[in-house]
Design a protein. Structure first.
Length: 590
């Protein structure tokens, strides 16, 4: 990408200004394919940005040159595809950096993979820092990106501490597999807990009688080790945040709607104060915190410290839960799981300590939503199974009746499996369907096994939602669950929604292909819809004069390339608030 710093003579400047009477902009983008998402001007070739605001979206480059002055940064896009900055409506930021800087063993199921990943992590950390988590074996049966055909081998890999002891000699480790049924401690961790040569119940031993490091859930050895784990330092946690921010910038993400936890909110404040926050954050604290936030003088749109409106860091909706996830057979259904005939899923207890939030208390859920609304917050509630979605729609319908108006900004998060009769209810209530398209690429490997073919017709049914008049909001759910790793780069979500295949393009024609949506609809769900879902569509989400300059530049036009190639798209530049926060410079880009 060519960045041209123009040096113009004083006489030339005078002539230019006298003819155009246009104030020079700070940044001018030329020679691009600009997809604005504005109905009255869907396409342009150039843009001018002054400060943090778009001042012109233009159909020809000559008109844009009127905005060029001696201090203007001019970028020749060389035909690249420009869209409003991607807004990710669902991330768990506090966990994302850990998956980058700490152990990520989700795709690991052999000794070589364990050594490779632990070598990477050990090189990042200071001596004495613990390595925890890992979630090994999540894809042992199904390879990452597979379409449902399980690996031929059904064995379960059992690692040994000897495999990575040398690599992690300075880093005590307590790793766990994806369902936390099995843990792995290295020698440094066993030694720290006084267990190097001790054999407690639940500790596995090898042929020589030595502990292998494998420990079963429930073993007293786990309590001994956990008691000596050194918590992550504030500096380490900030480094994880910086790693996550870099990944977001590389992915063209200009804002995230974060499932907020208080300690991470404090880190956001610190990063903003130091000028390191390169992505806008719309905080979604737990639904149980409505009264607490109101007592502190906080409501939607306000900064957590200054309590003033802030376009970078502010409170958004309150996040609730009604059921679990399908990956652990926890999503609520009207019929039982096919592979667990006695299991209908379960209600998810809230993170609050309130005992009334136990199983199935929808009156308490309603009360929390009302308390939050009275405090100035809308509710965004996790519901995955058909019964979970229906119960939330029932609850929202009750709320709309009490309020006397529709529920703008309220969302059902995931809306993963929906009954035919429930699709029209989203439009009737004006409730947003916040969906996670890449999930379908991952979940199709086991979904029909769990709920059968017919119920899967209502799974990730984005076309049915659109046809019924619902508004779609796209989120990645990055970094994923204990059973699945989710990509944050928008190309994976758009590809999944448009093709309904895995990254490898299987199954041919897509999984329930009648639910495919267009690239244009996917882009809308990733930009202007998410701005509107945060009540800020008038300021962000499309490319229009007067809106904030949040812009993503892609290396190819997603509307023109074959849909199977979407997954190869790269982000070449990310602009947030008028500033370039990421620029890709591969060898083949001039």
């Amino acid at each position: 990408m060519r960045i041209i710093w123009l040096v113009i003579s004083l006489a030339g400047i005078s002539s230019l200004m006298s003819c155009s009477r246009t104030k020079p902009a700070d940044l001018v983008l030329l020679n691009g394919e600009v997809y604005t998402l504005e109905a009255d001007q869907p396409w342009a070739t150039a843009m001018a940005v002054d400060g943090n605001t778009i001042v012109a979206v233009l159909a020809d480059d000559d008109a844009a040159r009127a905005y060029i002055g001696p201090q203007t940064t001019v970028i020749d896009l060389d035909g690249r595809f420009v869209v409003p900055g991607f807004i990710d409506a669902h991330v768990h930021f506090n966990r994302a950096g850990a998956l980058i800087n700490d152990a990520n063993l989700m795709t690991v199921a052999d000794d070589e993979g364990l050594r490779r990943e632990m070598s990477r992590v050990a090189a990042i950390l200071e001596p004495g820092e613990w390595i925890t988590g890992g979630l090994w074996g999540a894809y042992e049966r199904w390879a990452l990106g597979a379409d449902g055909a399980p690996n031929a081998a059904t064995r379960r890999w059992e690692p040994h501490r000897d495999t990575f002891d040398t690599i992690t000699a300075e880093h005590p480790c307590l790793l766990n597999n994806f369902n936390s049924e099995l843990f792995l401690a290295n020698t440094a961790a066993l030694r720290a807990a006084g267990l190097e040569n001790e054999h407690l119940p639940g500790m596995k031993i090898d042929e020589s009688g030595r502990p292998t490091g494998l420990i079963e859930a429930g073993s007293p050895a786990l309590g001994r080790i956990r008691a000596v784990i050194r918590e992550k330092s504030p500096a380490r946690l900030l480094d994880e945040n910086r790693a996550a921010l870099r990944r977001l910038a590389e992915s063209g993400i200009v804002e995230v709607h974060d499932i907020a936890v208080p300690d991470q909110t404090a880190r956001f404040v610190e990063l903003q104060a130091s000028g390191e926050l390169t992505c806008r954050v719309w905080l979604r604290p737990d639904l149980s915190r409505g009264a607490e936030l109101k007592a502190k003088g906080l409501t939607m749109g306000l900064h957590p410290v200054t309590k003033q409106p802030n376009p970078w860091l502010r409170y958004g909706a309150l996040k609730g839960y009604i059921d679990g996830i399908m990956g652990t057979h926890g999503a609520l259904f009207f019929e039982p799981y096919d592979d667990q005939p006695d299991n209908y899923g379960h209600y998810r207890r809230h993170t609050s300590d309130d005992p009334e939030l136990k199983i199935g208390n929808m009156d308490k859920m309603y009360e929390l939503i009302k308390i939050g609304y009275d405090a100035g917050f809308v509710a965004n509630v996790h519901a995955i199974g058909t019964r979970g979605v229906a119960l939330m729609l029932d609850t929202y319908e009750r709320l709309m009746g009490d309020l006397g108006h529709d529920l703008e900004g309220f969302r059902i998060i995931h809306a993963q499996v929906i009954r035919p009769q429930d699709f029209p209810r989203f439009k009737a209530l004006n409730v947003i369907a916040e969906v996670n398209p890449y999930h379908l690429s991952d979940d199709m490997r086991w979904m029909e096994e769990r709920i059968g073919h017919e119920r899967c017709r209502g799974a990730y049914a984005f076309k049915s939602l659109l046809d019924s008049g619902a508004m779609l909001s796209f989120g990645s759910d990055w970094p994923g669950t204990s059973a699945a790793e989710y990509h944050v780069h928008p190309k994976y979500l758009i590809h999944a929604a448009v093709t309904r295949t895995t990254i490898q393009g299987t199954p041919p024609g897509g999984w329930f292909p009648e639910q495919k949506i267009s690239v244009a609809d996917a882009l809308r769900a990733y930009t202007i819809n998410n701005a509107r879902a945060a009540f800020e569509g008038d300021r962000r989400g499309s490319l229009k004069a007067g809106k904030l300059a949040d812009i993503t530049v892609c290396d190819r036009n997603l509307l023109r390339i074959p849909s199977e190639e979407i997954v190869t798209m790269e982000v070449d530049m990310t602009i947030v608030d008028g500033k370039i926060v990421y620029r890709r410079q591969p060898d083949n880009v001039p």
